[in-house]
Design a protein around this ligand. Sequence first.
Ligand code: AHG
Ligand code: MN
Ligand code: MN
Ligand code: MN
Length: 332
Amino acid sequence: DQSHLAYSVGITLDRFIKLKQSDFPFASGELSQLLRDIALAAKIVNRETNRAGLANIGGAFGQTNVQGEEQQKLDVIANIRFMRALSKGGEVCAIVSEEEDAVVDLQNNSGKYVVAIDPLDGSSNIDVNISIGTIFSIYRRKSPIGSPILLEDIMQPGSEQVAAGYVLYGSSTMLVYTTGFGVNGFTYENSLGEFFLSHPDIQAPKSGTIYSINEGLQLEWEKGIADFVQSCKEMKMQSRYIGSLVADFHRNLLKGGIYLYPSTLKNPSGKLRLMYEANALAFIIEQAGGKASEGKQRILDIQPKNLHQRTPLIIGSVELVEQVERMMNPME
Ligand code: AHG
Ligand code: MN
Ligand code: MN
Ligand code: MN
């Protein structure tokens, strides 16, 4: 039994994934292979990200995506890299991506898994050398293997995720993921081309002193959100907002704090997307002992209706998220 090794800092991601396969008694190794495919694509995107300023791959691509956002060149490059990794691997039957209008049916009826992905998160930060990320969710298909995919394979609530993770292309590049047995973080060693376990069994602090919200939208918030942010100021908490969800989330996960992207007058469902932004981070925060809410409801319980639907997101240390919920629902 080598399971004790799984938590030794310094072990490679590949070896860790292999050791952790015993968490799934009847696993065939396909999920493990899928995680390795994602890690490989992440290494490639990391390389592109690092040299974006030199390789003329910064700036706008010249098209908008289905949400009407201006695509950056790296949005498109990252999407291509992850699409390739996920379609060549053979484990996946369908992909939902921020940069694809519709479900990508890989016509691979033997693929067991559905992946939802934000290939490049925080893309408005690329050209100014600020941390960006990738977010992914993995689901097991509901329909029998060997048959064409169905809508119910795609539209699964976050509670059905079998794995989720993110990559942070930051001052160092990290991959953080969960398969429902805790959260582990790996740091990329450039010269060796490997991710190594650096943050075993991450636990979110129960409370914290950081709050993260785009305060430029204050005049559009509902009262409960405004009251909460006011209370943060009265308590002299630290305001930190990068504008890259992955980076803001990662900092608060490690240090303790709360991230809010609430509904606004202009966007009643907020900005962030349920299927490839909120769900993965909600699964991770719960696995780390934190909480993710849309105000009333647990993020992971939301039944998706549209691929690109948005949701308000309140996520982080459990005590802070619960305080916001109380302030948003004073009568209950
Ligand atoms: P993406 O770059 O994948 O489209 O995501 C952008 C998101 C997220 O990364 C970030 O936290 C948020 O947009 C910032 O929004 P505001 O500029 O409205 O604060
Ligand atoms: Mn975008
Ligand atoms: Mn994003
Ligand atoms: Mn994106």
